[in-house]
Write a new protein. Structure first.
Length: 544
């Protein structure tokens, strides 16, 4: 017979009080044990107070970082997407959460997965800021003895290491640059799903890269079922009445702080767009490629292939020539009617001349971004010809070489020429000038680039220059997007921005029709004008 109980101490966990008053619940020693532990912790650690702060008197934290850590620990159950804008200190937030859970006794082991180039930076920050010792897992056995392991998904996701990792249970898993998990068909996504973990943190300033579904797929790894099925999510994105409910659910796993919401005194960011006229030979070659596709518009051509070649032509002559020399473009190359055996003088581009002119007018350091490795190599050669020191930064470099290039840029060279690999994880606040030799159509990538210099710790005003070729694909799309959207400033902000999308296949068909089947420039512009409704028009551009 159950005794009638009157138990009014609201400090005890609700689930325990419900069990205590229940006629149907049998005795559960595990539940009682956890409830007593919860009660003990409540006495040791006052509600909504980060107890680890008393061990971090040396660390200066911003209010938004403290708020993010508190929300994860006290409201989100330790499973969250930290999606602050670039440069607001997501690594510090993650370290603070990790430290808090260690102090509370909830985390005794953790796995931190980061790009290889950032492993040393994570190790250093966790040690310097939080007094946490870590081991960087490089495939050796001693990692098994480390309570906090830093490694890369690429290293661990394949046998035999995958089986060893999956056999472990981790109290906390942290994934940096988590936007690389948005495709559920990839090994990266599947590997994270397979891990046994109690708490999980994802870090990325750009949780949407191509489609709103990207955010959904991240949510399935953090809070499975929270957003319903993919079909439910898509329907909610289209239904104005359901969007508010969807926002509330997104707030249950995502924290995003915007710069304007902080009390940080940010330096000024100046954006300058310069329209460049191509030099005679680059204009001739670019025009020949564009003409060929229009003449062959009835053929079964892939619109993205067309666009990629034209974009390479906007980047540099050498990038386009290299692409035309590939086997798949042999037929195109032989029908252009343009001499492809050029002299060094013909390789000079108008953008290269403008970059040189800017650098010669300042003694300060400058970062130049390009999507194409051929352009990177060309610019390195071109600047060297004019006695300007530069260093490259690209994805093919090993971690040590990337760090070496960054140090050389800080201490020796005036210019860093980076591909998209340089848009993630680098802290380059000692530089305030950035030039984009070419642009991706993904505004998230643009913001990631700028975030290398416009971030916490920058003491000077930042100047960003976009070089765009007139009368090219850059001009056609750029002006249309600018009618309603400032591409420079467009970042994931209010959740409404997250909820518009289009698929790659849909965009491919639309572009093919607009570029290849328009009967006039006016008709093409009318079709492309609709792109203002598709802010996420982004092909995934690897380094060519």
């Amino acid at each position: 017979m159950r005794h009638s109980l009157c138990f009014q101490d609201s400090a005890w966990p609700t689930h325990f009080l419900q069990w205590l008053q229940s006629d149907k619940q049998s005795y559960d020693s595990t539940l009682l044990h956890h409830s007593i532990s919860d009660k003990k912790e409540q006495r040791l650690y006052p509600a909504r107070t980060l107890s680890c702060l008393k061990e971090l008197p040396h660390l200066t934290l911003y209010p938004h970082q403290l708020n993010a850590a508190s929300k994860v620990v006290f409201d989100l159950g330790g499973r969250a997407l930290l999606a602050d804008e670039v440069g607001l200190g997501k690594t510090i937030e993650a370290g603070l959460i990790l430290k808090e859970y260690i102090v509370r006794g909830h985390v005794s082991n953790a796995l931190i997965l980061v790009p290889s180039s950032l492993a040393g930076q994570w190790q250093q920050e966790l040690s310097n800021h939080f007094g946490l010792s870590t081991i960087i897992h490089k495939g050796k056995k001693e990692w098994r003895q480390a309570p906090i392991t830093i490694s890369t998904i690429d290293l661990l996701k394949r046998p035999p290491l995958r089986e060893q990792i999956e056999a472990c249970h981790y109290d906390l898993v942290i994934v940096d640059e988590a936007h690389k998990l948005t495709n559920p068909k990839t090994l990266n996504h599947q590997f994270i799903r397979s891990l046994s973990k109690s708490y999980c943190l994802f870090l990325t300033a750009t949780p949407i890269q191509n489609r709103s579904e990207d955010l959904y797929h991240l949510s399935t790894l953090l809070r499975p079922g929270l957003l319903g099925t993919l079909h439910d999510f898509r329907d909610a994105c289209k239904d104005e009445q359901e969007k508010d409910k969807l926002k509330e659910k997104i707030n249950e796993f995502m924290i995003r702080t915007r710069r304007k919401e902080t009390d940080i005194a940010w330096t000024k960011r100046t954006i300058q767009v310069e329209w460049i006229d191509q030099l005679p030979y680059e204009q001739k070659l670019y025009g020949a490629v564009e003409k060929f596709y229009h003449e062959q518009k009835e053929a079964n051509l892939h619109a993205f292939s067309h666009i990629t070649l034209l974009k390479q032509g906007c980047s540099s002559i050498i990038a386009l020539l290299k692409a035309l020399n590939r086997e798949e473009n042999k037929e195109l190359s032989s029908n252009l009617g343009v001499n492809l055996n050029v002299t060094p003088d013909q390789l000079v581009s108008a953008k290269a001349q403008r970059i040189l002119s800017f650098i010669q007018q300042t003694d300060e350091k400058v970062i130049v971004f390009t999507q194409y490795r051929a352009t990177q190599l060309y610019l390195s050669w071109f600047l060297k010809e004019h006695q300007i020191t530069s260093v490259p930064f690209r994805g093919g470099f090993k971690k040590g070489k990337k760090q070496w290039m960054t140090d050389l840029f800080r201490e020796k060279a005036q210019v860093l020429i980076a591909t998209e690999a340089g848009s993630e994880g680098l802290n380059l606040q000692f530089c305030r000038y950035m030039i984009h030799a070419d642009i991706p159509w993904n505004p998230m990538k643009l913001e990631q680039r700028i975030g290398r210099i416009h971030r916490i710790g920058q003491q000077e005003d930042v100047e960003v220059i976009y070089l765009l070729n007139r009368n090219t694909i850059e001009e056609r799309i750029w002006h249309i997007l600018q009618e309603k959207v400032s591409l420079f400033r467009y970042i994931i902000g209010e959740h409404d921005d997250l909820l518009s999308s289009t698929t790659t296949n849909e965009m491919n068909r639309y572009l093919k029709d607009a570029f290849l089947h328009s009967r006039s420039e006016k008709e093409m512009r009318l079709k492309l004008n609709q792109l203002e409704h598709f802010y996420n028009m982004n092909q995934v551009e690897g380094e060519a």
